[in-house]
Ligand binder design. Sequence first.
Ligand code: AHR
Length: 520
Amino acid sequence: MKPTHLTAPTRRDISKALLFAPFVLKAAPSSSRARIKLDRDRVVGAIDQKIYGNFTEHLGRCIEGGIFQENSPLSDGNGYRRDVFKAVQDLHVTLLRWPGGNFASNYFWTDGIGPRDQRPARLELAWGTVEDNRFGTNEFLNYSEKLGTEPYLCANLGTGSWELAERWVEYCNSSQPTAMTKLRQKNGRQDPWKVKYWGLGNEMDGPWQMGHRTATDYGRFALEAAKIMKLVDPSIKVVAAGAADLRGDWVGWNRTVLDILKDHADYLSLHLYVGNKENNFEEFMASSLQLQDLTKTAEGLIRAALLNAQPNKKLYIAWDEWNVWYRERGQGKESGRHILEERYNLEDALVIATFLNTFLNNAHIVKIANLAQLVNVIAPIFTNDKGLFLQTIYYPLQLFANNSKGNALELSIESPTYTSKKWGAVPYLDISAADDNGSLVLNVVNRHRTETVEAEFEPQDAQFSNSFEVAEVNGPDIKSENNFGSQLVGIKRSSASVSNNRLIYRFPPHSYTMLKGRMA
Ligand code: AHR
């Protein structure tokens, strides 16, 4: 363990340290104890609950065999898997994106409505299968409603048209006496669902995307789509497709798209998948520094675009696909239905917790985030025909979504660090704090593989409650996985006491800990 003050900072360290804002990250004290000061008046931003979103794509067994399985004894009369529904409910998914992903770029929503047996089967060109269209708009929106989650539809701006997008908004949201409203009513849904969040295409910068175009061509096409969709329903919010291709011109794409769409888009969509191909725990645990870097860069680009936008125009970041994903990349069509079925271990769960910390620590600008994806396909929930198990990454998602609310606090942190090849100084403790009217949640990941790190939390002008609830996600080893009938990684609950208004806690190696108490 190397305290920061012993490390001569490189230029890279210094520039990266600046990216830690809103943290004030200082040199560690001479002991290896971390010290964190909390002040309820120092707020980063309101935590938008939509950062606890998720994503369901017509891909492998995410929908078919995941949330939806007709003729299964585990499903209800609509075909929704009851066991999956319960696991999704417990996860407290606040926003659900559909139908893709790459799938969205050639999806004609009109194929997926009406009597199920009469819907056309189509070639599915994104993942090389056949789409039977038995799960469509009504099934998805009714599912979201039953869950109490906000739906988020991604329009086809690849092979689709302005008309296709416009009619979809009308079908879902209109009460006017039009053919679309009547069609919805004929299909069994009297009142509009009032879908508020709409994606203007998916990953349109990627050469792999059907309908991929240049930033200018996409920007102009998406601008007209946004205008027309908002004419149908001015209350909707639209998400412009930002850059997904990190090997492409990420900055240039975002700059151009923002410049064209700044007055019409409400969010910029960004995607990030990370992995541990090199099997290097320390480097992998620093992945959230890339998320921080990209978030700050996108924030700067948004601010630059807004200089010439309508007064008071707001534009936020939607990290609407993010996850650990590097093992099951779905090469070729041979994997069939069992495609992208990544199995997650403890180190993946810790990276997920650091990403959630990063969203909280950028709560002023990150207002939407969707883990990709919900079931089976790079997912926290894994099914077979007989049941399901919860993957390691389920637990941090569940703890954050059910507890971290209110305002994210700006923290003053002194933490011991280690040196990453890519990122320079990396604090062993990665921390976020949420203050919900005095109910305080501290989220702490100990990135140390072998050592406990002790931390002292100090409230400024406030009193801690006498004790804090503790929920720890950990397991026997960083590579521990869960499986059907075996759970090595889960949540262990205990409590911690406060003395002299100081909370001192020893964070075990390779752990994510949530501490919940009061600070008033
Ligand atoms: O989530 C899997 C795929 O990753 C999505 O379809 C696509 O948008 C991204 O490249």
